[in-house]
Design a protein around this ligand. Structure first.
Ligand code: ADP
Length: 236
C-alpha cells in the first residue's frame, strides 16, 4: 500500500503542477514566436506568465505541505478577500488555455465585490481544479460556465459554480470522487490523466473555510460543481 501511495503521490504532484506550467509554456511560446506585436498584449501575456510562475511556487509549497495537510496541520492565511476578484483573476489566467482548446467559456460574475474570510491562493486552487476537471471530462460539447451566485438562506453564503456539458459523474460515485486517489473515469480505458487528488484538495480547502464542495448532475447533461463559502460576517 505504501509503495502504491508513493506512486500515486508522484502523479498527484504532476497533476497539480501541470496547469500553471501549461499556461506559462503557451504564453512564452506565443511571445517567442514574435508574432504578437501589440505592446498591450505582450504586457498582458508577461503579466500572466509572472502570475502563473508565482502560483507555481505557491503550488509547490502546497505540495511540500501535503503531508501536513494529511495530518491536519496545513496553515492557511485567512484574510478579508474579494471572492469575485479571486475568481475573476483565476478565470482570466485559465481562459486562454480553455479557448485554445476550443472551449466556449462563459463567466457570469457580479460587478460588486463579495467579501469572504479566505486564503486567496487556496481558493484560487479550488477554482482551477474545478475548471481543469470541466475541461478534462468534457467530450465534444466544449462549453464551460463559471458563475458566482449569492444565496441568502439558510445562512448568507456565496456559491461558485463550474458547469460543463461533459459525461458527468457515473451514478453511485458522487461521493467517492472526493476521496483521495479515487477516479471514476479510469485513465486506462479513456486516456484522461489525473491523480484523483483535485477534488479531495478542493473539498479540504473549502471545509477549512467552513464551506463545502458538492457535485450535482446538470440538467441537460454534464456536471455542476459548487464551492459554497460563508460570506464575511456570517461565519459561526
Ligand atoms: P482526477 O481528475 O485527477 O482524476 P479529481 O479528484 O479532480 O481527480 O476527480 C476525481 C474523479 O471525479 C475524476 O477521476 C472523474 O472521474 C470525476 N470528475 C471530476 N470532475 C468531473 C467532471 N467535471 N465531470 C465528470 N467527472 C468528473
Amino acid at each position: 500500500t505504501l509503495a502504491r501511495q508513493k506512486t500515486d503521490f508522484v502523479s498527484n504532484v504532476s497533476h497539480e503542477l501541470k496547469t500553471p506550467l501549461t499556461s506559462i509554456r503557451m504564453f512564452s511560446e506565443l511571445l517567442a514566436e514574435g508574432r504578437v506585436t501589440d505592446r498591450a498584449k505582450q504586457r498582458s501575456y508577461l503579466g500572466i506568465i509572472t502570475a502563473e510562475t508565482a502560483r507555481l511556487t505557491r503550488l509547490i509549497n502546497n505540495v511540500l505541505d501535503f503531508a501536513r495537510i494529511e495530518r491536519g496541520e496545513k496553515k492557511y492565511t485567512f484574510q478579508q478577500c474579494d471572492l469575485v476578484n479571486v475568481v475573476r483573476e483565476t478565470a482570466d489566467a485559465y481562459r486562454p488555455h480553455l479557448e485554445a482548446g476550443g472551449f466556449q467559456f462563459a463567466c457570469e460574475l457580479p460587478d460588486a465585490p463579495v467579501f469572504v474570510n479566505g486564503d486567496r491562493d487556496a481558493l484560487a486552487q479550488v477554482v482551477v481544479n474545478l475548471l481543469s476537471n470541466a475541461e478534462k471530462y468534457s467530450d465534444s460539447r466544449k462549453e464551460v460556465v463559471l458563475r458566482i451566485e449569492a444565496q441568502t438562506s439558510p445562512l448568507p453564503c456565496v456559491e461558485v459554480k463550474v458547469l460543463d456539458r461533459g459525461r458527468g459523474v457515473p451514478k453511485g460515485c458522487e461521493e467517492k470522487i472526493f476521496e483521495q486517489f479515487y477516479r471514476a473515469h479510469d485513465s486506462l480505458s479513456n486516456g484522461i490523466q489525473g491523480s484523483g487528488l483535485g477534488l479531495t484538495l478542493a473539498r479540504q480547502i473549502a471545509r477549512a473555510h467552513r464551506g463545502e464542495v458538492i457535485y450535482e448532475p446538470r440538467d441537460g447533461g454534464g456536471s455542476c460543481f459548487t464551492m459554497r463559502m460563508p460570506v464575511m460576517g456570517s461565519e459561526k
